[in-house]
Design a protein around this ligand. Structure first.
Ligand code: SAM
Ligand code: SF4
Length: 376
């Protein structure tokens, strides 16, 4: 079974109004954590992980955040070196970092490639200046595709751009222009998410005060169809409801996660899944770092998954994949629900006869509802 390591870097230069990820600006952190030395804490957890997980060669590594590229390339390289030293990295390991376009330049991209990264995922979101303003992004239109091109020049094998669609005020033409910019950038992967208004974020407060309209579900559905049509026309195919790739460009780390394999999550708030158990680390970087410094596990809590939980998670993640999932992995009582979903045009009838649950194009627009129906 493949084994992946996720490394969470909980820092951002500024906070985007819609984001509720476990990330902190320098002001939010105050003096409680030093960004310059934080990679040492992550390395200490990797040593601890080796002692617990034992001998397991690592197939994929994914640095997420936050903005991992706020750390120096040398610091990220030291983290990677410790994974290599402790566990060993497969010869063809996929090693991804997320990056905000503002946090890299051509020189840094070369340095990231040199320390071992093979894949980079840039948060572009949109090429419209007004949409970027609503999202409170700090980069200018054009900088994301410029950095994607620079990543190719630096020798990255795989490059992803993240898009957000359905932002209030975004027009169809805004999205078409964003997709044109993505295609011009020559990337082999695109993630596109509809804007979610997360509770407790500045965006949610603006929507509640009526300063910004709430995103509209019908608009989001038609924008999803536009994304899919443009990307398919350009040689991409969907492999997960919100992810498209050119052949061979699929993110192996995320695919393994969606297929329910084992991974260790290093860093504050990171989740791990190993041998039927799941645990999650202390969320705040200072609390997390204190536990690691004591030589203790930084976990906040853990649970052994019941067979029912395993099944629920397999359905929630597996249904969203283009490859689908075996019918035998859904609850026996849901077989009738699957047949009804075929009747409604949301599941593929031929696939069901062949023993697989697979969304149709119409089903992709209603994937959450399909999951709910299959879980009863
Ligand atoms: C950790 S960020 C990517 C790297 C970097 N921090 C950045 O934003 O450029 C992960 C991605 O999640 C998506 N995301 C975060 N919050 C979201 C929300 N509320 N609705 C839709 N997409 C969201 C964005 O597309 C973002 O690029
Ligand atoms: S979207 Fe990315 S850059 Fe913006 S706050 Fe979230 S993690 Fe940070």
């Amino acid at each position: 079974m493949p084994f992946g390591i996720y490394v969470h870097v909980p820092f951002c230069a500024s906070r985007c109004g819609y984001c509720d990820f476990n990330t902190y600006t320098a002001t939010e952190l105050g003096g409680s954590v030093t960004r310059d030395t934080f990679h040492q804490v992550l390395i200490d957890e990797i040593r601890y992980a080796r002692a617990i997980a034992g001998d397991r060669e690592v197939d994929t590594v994914f640095f997420g955040g936050g903005t991992p590229t706020l750390l120096e390339a040398t610091a990220l390289g030291e983290i990677l070196a410790s994974i290599r030293d402790e566990f060993g990295l497969a010869a063809d390991a996929e090693i991804t970092t997320e990056a905000n376009p503002d946090s890299v330049d051509a020189e840094k991209l070369v340095a990231l490639r040199e320390v071992g990264f093979t894949r980079i995922s840039l948060g572009m979101q949109s090429s419209s200046a007004s949409v970027l303003r609503v999202l409170e992004r700090t980069h200018t239109p054009g900088s994301s595709s410029a950095m994607a091109k620079a990543a190719r020049v630096a020798g990255f094998e795989h490059v992803n751009l993240d898009l957000i669609y359905g932002t209030p005020g975004e027009s169809d033409d805004d999205l078409r222009r964003s997709l044109d910019e993505v295609l011009d950038a020559g990337v082999d992967h695109v993630s596109a998410y509809s804007l979610i208004v997360e509770q407790g974020t500045p965006l949610a407060r603006k929507v509640a005060r009526g300063e910004i309209a709430a995103p509209d579900d019908d608009v989001a559905a038609s924008r999803y169809e536009l994304v899919d049509a443009v990307l398919r026309g350009a040689g991409f195919d969907w492999y997960e409801v919100s992810n498209w790739a050119k052949p061979g460009g699929e993110c192996r780390h995320n695919l393994a996660y969606w297929r329910g394999t084992d991974w260790w999550g290093v860093g504050p708030g990171a989740h791990s899944h190993l041998a039927g158990e799941r645990w999650w680390n202390h969320k705040h970087p200072a609390t997390y770092a204190e536990a690691v410094a004591r030589g203790a596990s930084p976990e906040a809590d853990r649970e052994r998954l019941t067979s029912e939980q395993v099944q629920t998670e397999a359905v929630m993640l597996g249904v969203r994949l283009a490859e689908g999932m075996p019918v035998s992995d859904i609850p026996a009582a849901s077989r009738t629900a699957a047949a009804v979903l075929v009747g409604r045009g949301l599941l593929n009838g031929e696939a069901l006869l062949a023993g697989r649950i697979q969304l149709t194009d119409a089903g992709r627009l209603l994937a959450d509802g399909v999951v709910r129906d299959l879980l009863g």
